[in-house]
Design a protein around this ligand. Structure first.
Ligand SMILES: *[C@@H]1O[C@H](CO)[C@@H](O)[C@H](O)[C@H]1NC(C)=O
Ligand SMILES: *[C@@H]1O[C@H](CO)[C@@H](O)[C@H](O)[C@H]1NC(C)=O
Ligand SMILES: [Zn+2]
Length: 982
């Protein structure tokens, strides 16, 4: 039998290849959809697997099926098995989603298997859905990294399968809440529709009763409809099969036993059960089509079980049509289901807000993961900045950047590591600890490849091949070269397309240095003693006694060089003053402190003489341990559930130390406890106040899990309203204890009011707006009038029963609890001028300059300054992408970074000339692409949908002034492939 079995498989594959030779007109996409019956209820069975790109196991462990003692899951076997089973019957369908896995598998297949798979794709039997590298998290990701990870997956699909590999449908069946910006991105990438599984239980109940499970999501307030309109459907059963119909090897439901001569014949029971399930599901949806997701986490490892039973289900259910049954079951895909909804030509409800926060029960708000694993969240965000720098320098340095004096470098390793890190159990912080380490390791390895590339590129651009080091731990003042060298140069590379000024702090051991810029001009600088807080975080990882502080100015998309020489080789004098200062101020801002408490007291914008009362402190919510009388839900990696709505104050007063450096910076250090401190910092010439917080190790000896927040209390009359960004782009209005589309019954007064931010939040009244720009994704709320609270860190003692199976208690490098340090930037402005400041501020936080150091004096013929642009771009325009595509072409994305109504000055169309952008290469041709760069813009057509607001959306037809001059409207991103000569 075994040999016969093998034989038949080979025959089967061969016949499959030969029966449809390559070159025959194949039919994929909507044309390959199964026939349906207009007079019946059509049930679309969608065979699928949900393969997490890391969660309980690492992505590679999942791929191979390693560590099955943790979770039985092996993606390679799933793909092997599905490809076998699809060949057995042309009616069978399968969708595949996560390209991080498919790419691994494809690389290992022989030519014959690749041909079979290509044919299955060309016939629409195997269909790619979503098609990003992973299924990204929506709460904690930044749009720049999301667009990149989608591009990576979609490019693999186009390169490998061409047009038949292009996904039509976005599919986020598992993410824990849905961001409006994600919907906008999907729309601009050309997707026809979007399906997801999780939404608030109250919202779902309401939508079911009003048949609003499917809708048009208008995902942008700035882009002209239907550019950011996306047809969106809520799946009936999460992403699982209906109860009783799970036929995976991991399930226990009864198989279909259809031989009447054997015992336990159950066809009639199963068919009746199915008919009643289908009919009751149909009550909540508008058309005579319904979808059933036949699969779940890592299912189909033995696909035969699923297909054999679904074959029978289809046969027996449809056989009843001869007796008058009106139910028709078919193998289908999400796009085939979507096509039927489109053909129904109905008018759909319109959705304009988002799907946060997500609760699956009254005390189960998934708002903890907005902050979970804050150090990984920052590392992921910094890695994005480094990847953009790496991509840019790969282009600017030319081919030698990949293979040059420092060896072989590449940006691909980092692209894939970032692709994996966007997964909904990666940057979200909801993975096991060993998997979190694996994500970080991948990013570190990616960066190591980029570092070589960057060294090569800077060698090409500067003409200096002297060794160059980059210091990873500047945030805790560790950098062996600057600590020991008597003379060194610092290269500052600025990835933004406009000039920036930026404060730097270098760990040093001398007390006086001279700093000169690329023109040989001296720059104000001063050495400040290393703070006690930094010494405590650093522990034994470095020896600097001071920090050399000065401001750098870097050209757009380029670098400049500073030369630093030691003048006095002795430890810095302690210039610290103890006790509360009444105030610190620069040209733009004044900050006062309370004499008695040492806390902030007020903030004044000196340019317009506008003041707010501003008090700030640190608190922690006592995390529920699950022994509460209302519910047994504890706080965990996903869920935030404080035991009490009143947080515990860390300390009512702060001890204060003051440092002033004339012409550079003023700092006030506040000590709240051995595990909470903060530096309040005002740099010369800057319009924002910096709060650098350090939290940890969070103590747990008292047996209490802690969710640490900082709260800013002001006299701004915010009346329950606050504002949060969506994936770092457009801003949404939030209102305490309120949801725009249903009557909220609030059951968690704190956790139920938390929302994710990726880059900023604000509160305002008629005259004043306080904006907070953050350095990573966090959870945010406004519980009191005039107040804004941000969750910074979490250390918990219980698992929250959502599968991760571990309490979130990060050990940190020294195993006594993770210490986290981060920054908040505050601006105070009139509301109508706020965006003028916070847009560039946030963009500068995301794309930070890269510092690299060379020992000694730079060689005389080296080039100390460089810009890859002919001129800085206008402030409204952000160069979102600059990346080598293939030998002769590069991919660029230009983004208008303002919303339509937020700035009098900048919310205007801007025109940019593509031929006059870059100085580093000549642009020979330009072709516009979809946002995902897997389709030419001119080929982009999307299904159109009627919605309740306007039955016929007008197609957008904005003309560019000329082929080279492209106009960007507010919030628009335009993607071009440039043919270039380097
Ligand atoms: C769709 O419906 C609209 C009115 O609701 C109608 O004008 C239009 O002709 C219909 N289109 C098709 C293809 O049936
Ligand atoms: C997709 O791939 C095909 C085949 O390699 C190629 O000709 C086409 O230009 C690609 N499309 C895009 C938008 O890159
Ligand atoms: Zn998942």
């Amino acid at each position: 039998m075994p040999s016969l079995h093998i034989c038949s498989l080979i025959l089967c594959s061969i016949s499959a290849v030969f029966s449809l030779p390559v070159g025959r007109d194949s039919v994929c996409g909507y044309k390959s959809c199964p026939a349906t019956k207009p007079s019946m209820l059509n049930v679309h069975l969608v065979p699928h697997t949900h393969d997490d790109v890391g969660w309980l196991k690492t992505v590679d462990q999942y791929y191979y099926g390693d560590r099955n003692n943790i979770q039985h899951a092996g993606v390679q076997y799933i793909l092997d098995s599905v490809v076998d089973q699809l060949q057995k019957d042309p009616a069978r369908r399968f969708i595949y989603v996560e390209i991080a896995f498919f790419y691994r598998w494809w690389k290992q297949q022989d030519q014959n298997t690749r041909r079979i798979v290509t044919q299955l794709v060309n016939e629409g039997r195997l269909e790619f859905i979503n098609g990003g590298w992973c299924m990204s998290d929506e709460a904690t990701t930044h749009y720049s990294a999301v667009i990149d990870q989608m591009t990576l997956g979609l490019r693999f699909l186009n390169d490998t399968f061409g047009e038949c590999g292009r996904p039509r449908v976005a599919w986020h069946i598992d993410p824990f809440g849905h961001a409006r910006e994600h919907a906008s991105i999907f729309a601009q990438m050309g997707y026809d529709g979007f399906f997801f599984g999780r939404l608030d239980y109250q919202d779902k109940a309401r939508r079911m009763s009003t048949k609003e499970m499917e809708m048009v999501w208008r995902a942008s307030e700035s882009l002209k409809p239907p550019v950011a309109d996306l047809f969106t459907g809520v799946l009936p059963n999460g992403y699982n099969p209906p109860a009783g119909f799970c036929w995976d090897q991991s399930c226990d439901d009864a198989p279909i036993r259809d031989d009447p001569d054997l015992e336990d014949y159950n066809v009639d029971v199963i068919v009746q059960n199915f008919l009643s399930t289908a009919n009751s599901q149909a009550k909540y949806y508008k058309t005579n089509h319904i979808i059933m997701t036949m699969g779940s986490d890592f299912q189909y490892e033995n696909a035969n079980l699923w297909y054999k039973n679904m074959d029978k289900l289809i046969k027996y259910v449809n056989a009843l049509q001869a007796n008058g049954s009106k139910v028709n079951v078919i193998y289908s895909t999400p796009s085939c289901y979507l096509q039927e909804l489109n053909l129904a030509n109905l008018t759909w409800p319109l959705k304009t807000d988002d799907f946060f926060p997500y609760a699956d029960d009254a005390h189960d708000f998934w708002t903890g993961y907005f902050t979970s694993r804050p150090a990984l969240k920052l590392y992921e965000r910094q890695s994005n900045s480094r990847l953009q720098t790496c991509n840019q320098l790969e282009v600017l340095g030319g081919p030698k950047s990949r293979s040059g004096p420092f060896g072989e470098g590449d940006s691909d390793t980092m692209k894939r590591a970032m692709g994996v890190a966007q997964h909904h159990d990666a940057v979200s912080g909801t993975e096991k600890q060993h998997v979190a380490y694996d994500y970080a390791k991948r990013l570190a390895r990616g960066w190591a490849h980029c570092e070589v590339l960057i060294r090569n590129s800077l060698a090409v651009l500067s003409g200096s091949e002297a060794p160059r080091v980059m210091c990873e731990n500047l945030n805790i003042s560790v950098c062996p070269l600057t600590e020991s060298s008597h003379k060194f140069s610092m290269n500052v590379y600025n990835p933004l397309a406009r000039a920036v000024s930026w404060p730097v702090r270098l760990p040093v051991n001398g007390s006086q240095y001279s700093v000169t810029n690329a023109n040989g001009k001296a720059v104000d600088s001063q050495v400040v003693p290393l703070s006690k807080s930094t010494q405590e975080v650093r522990r034994n990882r470095g020896y600097a006694t001071g920090e050399l502080v000065f401001q750098v100015e870097a050209p757009p998309l380029g670098y400049t060089t500073y030369v630093i020489s030691l003048l006095r080789d002795e430890p810095p004098e302690d210039t610290t003053e103890h006790g509360a200062p009444p105030s610190i101020q620069n040209k733009f801002l004044k900050v006062t402190f309370d004499d008695n408490t040492g806390l902030l007291k007020s903030l004044t914008n000196l340019e317009i003489q506008q003041t707010i009362q501003l008090s700030q402190n640190f608190y922690w919510y006592n995390a529920s341990a699950g022994n509460n009388y209302e519910s047994s839900q504890p706080s965990g990696a996903y869920i935030f559930r404080p035991n009490s709505s009143t947080p515990v104050i860390v300390n009512k007063t702060a001890q204060i130390e003051v440092i002033t450096i004339s012409g550079v910076v003023q700092e006030v250090t506040q000590w709240f406890s051995p595990w909470v401190s903060q530096v309040v910092r005002l740099y010369e010439g800057r319009r924002e106040l910096e709060l650098e917080w350090t939290v940890g190790p969070v103590p747990i000896k008292d047996g209490l899990g802690k969710e640490v927040i900082t709260r800013l209390d002001t006299d701004i009359q915010s009346s329950g309203y606050f504002y949060t960004d969506s994936n770092g782009r457009e801003v949404l209005e939030r209102r305490k204890d309120y949801r725009p589309t249903w009557d909220l019954k609030q059951s968690e007064p704190i956790a139920g009011n938390y929302y994710p931010i990726n880059s900023r939040a604000y509160i305002k009244d008629d005259k004043r707006q306080l904006t907070v720009v953050t350095d990573r994704s966090q959870g945010v709320s406004s519980i009191y009038n005039g107040s804004l609270e941000i969750m910074l860190h979490r250390r918990l003692l219980h698992d929250d029963f959502r599968g991760v199976g571990e309490p979130l208690s990060e050990p940190g490098e020294f195993n006594d609890g993770l210490v986290v340090r981060g920054r908040l930037l505050l601006t105070l402005t009139p509301p109508d001028q706020a965006a003028d400041t916070h847009r560039p501020l946030a963009q500068g936080m995301v794309l930070q300059p890269l510092l690299s150091f060379q020992d000694g004096t730079p060689s005389t013929n080296s080039k100390l300054e460089f810009s890859g642009l002919q001129a800085a771009l206008p402030l409204a325009v952000h160069l979102l992408t600059l990346s080598q595509w293939d030998k002769d072409s590069i991919l660029i994305r230009l983004e208008h970074q303002y919303e339509a109504k937020e700035s009098k000055t900048y919310s205007q169309p801007v025109t940019v000339n593509l031929q006059k952008l870059f100085s580093a290469f000549k642009v020979l041709g330009a072709s516009e692409m979809s946002l995902g760069a897997n389709q030419w813009k001119e080929d982009m057509t999307r299904l159109s949908w009627n919605n309740e607001m306007n039955v016929k959306p007008v197609p957008v037809s904005d003309k560019d002034p000329s082929p080279w001059e492209v106009t960007l409207n507010p919030m628009e991103i335009r993607t071009f492939l440039l043919r270039v000569q380097q």
